[in-house]
Design a protein around this ligand. Structure first.
Ligand code: PXL
Length: 276
């Protein structure tokens, strides 16, 4: 007999080492019991002969639209995660695809810069993302840099400033059609002993803190966090519950991180064991 597990779509880039991108997303979905469906936006191959610089190749916009069409024609998908897009043309086709059908949840991990891209090109992409994809998001998960950029702040150095950034990003989301959420991530870089995330729903601020596991950044943490939120939403959780589980998934994944020759170790999604 066919089964009907919870399903989720991810629209993201390949990061060839397996540490981040759609590889991390699909591993996270699987670990949380969600059948993953993927639309690839770009291919990133770090260059080991050039300081692990990001070699970036966008997928043709028509091919992105075709993947999305195949995925949504095959399955009833209500939950989608948006990861790295990388070019204005990609942002445009993804925004158009998202708008073509209803979604219960659109989780946007607003990956802004990829090293190796021209700053000018990245600025175009940032603007396109803000104007075209942000309005579709029901949950946005900026890291420190992305939160400051989207909020128009110079830098974020405290939980108060992280909260202010979350409020400013939330103010850019459409109002009036259901609660939308910003989860601003302090990560390893926000000063202090804890890894702090600020969840803002337009009214209430919830601060989630857990002790930092060292001061080093770990590759794939942001992708895994947003993917875990997506998976839990696909299983029927509400956003605050999904965010709490996602934090546990990332914490367990960083504790059990996989050694890598890249400058950062990578998250191990297999470390998380659901309770109960
Ligand atoms: O971690 C951000 C990220 C997301 N997606 C892809 C990436 C990266 C960082 O390298 O390559 C495809």
């Amino acid at each position: 007999m066919p089964s009907t597990p919870p399903l989720a779509l991810v629209v993201a880039g390949s990061e060839a080492t397996g540490g981040a991108g759609i590889q991390a997303d699909l591993k996270t979905f699987q670990q949380l019991g969600v059948y993953g469906v993927g639309t690839l936006t770009c291919i990133v191959s770090f260059d080991p002969t050039d300081g692990w610089a990001h070699r970036f190749v966008p997928v043709d916009p028509q091919v992105i639209a075709d993947q999305f069409e195949a995925a949504t024609a095959t399955h009833d998908l209500g939950t989608v995660k948006i990861g790295m897009l990388g070019t204005p043309a990609t942002v445009e086709v993804v925004a158009r695809s998202l708008a073509s059908r209803p979604w219960q949840h659109v989780v946007l991990d607003p990956v802004l810069i990829c090293k190796g891209q021209e700053p000018g090109a990245a600025l175009d992409t940032d603007t396109a993302l803000r104007e075209q994809v942000l309005p579709h998001a029901t949950v946005v998960t900026p890291n420190l840099f992305e939160a400051a950029t989207l909020a128009g702040m110079d830098a974020i150095g405290s939980v108060e400033e992280l909260t202010e950034a979350a409020r400013r990003v939330h103010a850019q989301l459409p109002a009036g059609d259901g609660t939308r959420y910003v989860v601003a991530k302090g990560g390893a870089e926000l000063p202090g002993p804890d890894a702090v995330d600020v969840l803002f729903d337009g009214t209430d601020v919830t601060v989630l803190a857990s002790p930092k596991i060292g001061e080093e950044r770990v590759s794939g943490a942001g992708c895994t966090f947003a993917a875990a939120i997506t998976a839990e939403l696909a299983k029927g959780a509400d956003v605050p519950a999904a965010v709490r589980i996602a934090k546990d998934v990332v914490t367990a994944g960083i504790e059990a991180r996989v050694a890598a020759r890249t400058p950062f170790d990578t998250v191990w999604q297999g470390a998380y064991a659901p309770e109960g």
